[in-house]
Design a protein around this ligand. Sequence first.
Ligand SMILES: NC(=O)c1ccc[n+]([C@@H]2O[C@H](COP(=O)([O-])OP(=O)(O)OC[C@H]3O[C@@H](n4cnc5c(N)ncnc54)[C@H](OP(=O)(O)O)[C@@H]3O)[C@@H](O)[C@H]2O)c1
Length: 281
Amino acid sequence: MKKVIVLGGNGQLAQCIRHVDTKELDIVFFGSKEVNILEESHLKEVFEETLPDVVINCAAYTAVDVAEDEPLRAAAVNAQAPELIAHLCEKHDAIWIHISTDFVFDGNTPAPRTESDFPNPINTYGKTKLLGEEIIRRTWFKHVIIRTSWLYSEFGSNFLKTMLRLGLEREELGIIYDQIGTPTYAIDLAEALVEIATLDPPAFGVYHYSNEGTASWFDFAHSIFSLTGSKVLLKPMLTSQYPTKARRPSYSVMDKSKIKEAFNLTIPHWRDSLERCIKRI
Ligand SMILES: NC(=O)c1ccc[n+]([C@@H]2O[C@H](COP(=O)([O-])OP(=O)(O)OC[C@H]3O[C@@H](n4cnc5c(N)ncnc54)[C@H](OP(=O)(O)O)[C@@H]3O)[C@@H](O)[C@H]2O)c1
């Protein structure tokens, strides 16, 4: 049985891993209080005690707007900590599965991005996540970096849960329609991560995983309210009408051919996954 450790064990994605069938894996979860990934001594202790075959890093600095004011904190968690983990994975010959983001792209090209496309992040969060990828790539070759997008689920804070709350509080909501991406049910990603951790990866490197299909935030919200029968009035808004501290890519759909082929995955369409998630909430 493969021994797997999950870092950032209480975040949204890690909670999803806790709730899927983990098959043949012996998984141990470590929340930020048990293991702070900035503390080398914590990490060393965990590696020495558990002797992992696979490490899944769900820990990250994910406050996209706040990162603009805290670039050093974001870089510490998203780039410097991965360097510590990479060295320990190398020492223990463990495969490292790391989660990255569609925000490594600038979103200026309206075509699905492949893993070989040139990244060019336009906000601090994306820059620190890309730096983390680069550090992992040059430190330990047994890595699988998975870029994902627009995660939501029944756990943690996310767009779906915010919409469900606002739908009860408001009669009218303005939602952005000129940012296009793919909503991803974090349970689907968690199932894919279990599959990847179970197999011996045919190739190490970067992969893209999101649900199938494309949507704007407006489409996503519209589907949420149609599925829940909400009467809230949705108004389409431009990004320029809703200024945020961090810029977002206007088009961040990713091509998933590589991961589907490498791990023989079937990826659900985002609308089907959204329906499944809402039924569970
Ligand atoms: N959410 C999205 O839409 C999205 C989109 C693309 C990519 N991603 C990537 O997907 C991954 C999972 O995201 P998520 O939605 O599960 O994020 P999340 O819910 O914010 O979880 C991140 C976790 O990291 C932990 N963490 C932060 N600093 C830490 C530290 N120094 N040591 C240990 N743990 C620490 C946090 O713990 P505390 O809460 O205790 O601080 C939190 O539990 C991340 O790599 C993220 O960049 C997410």
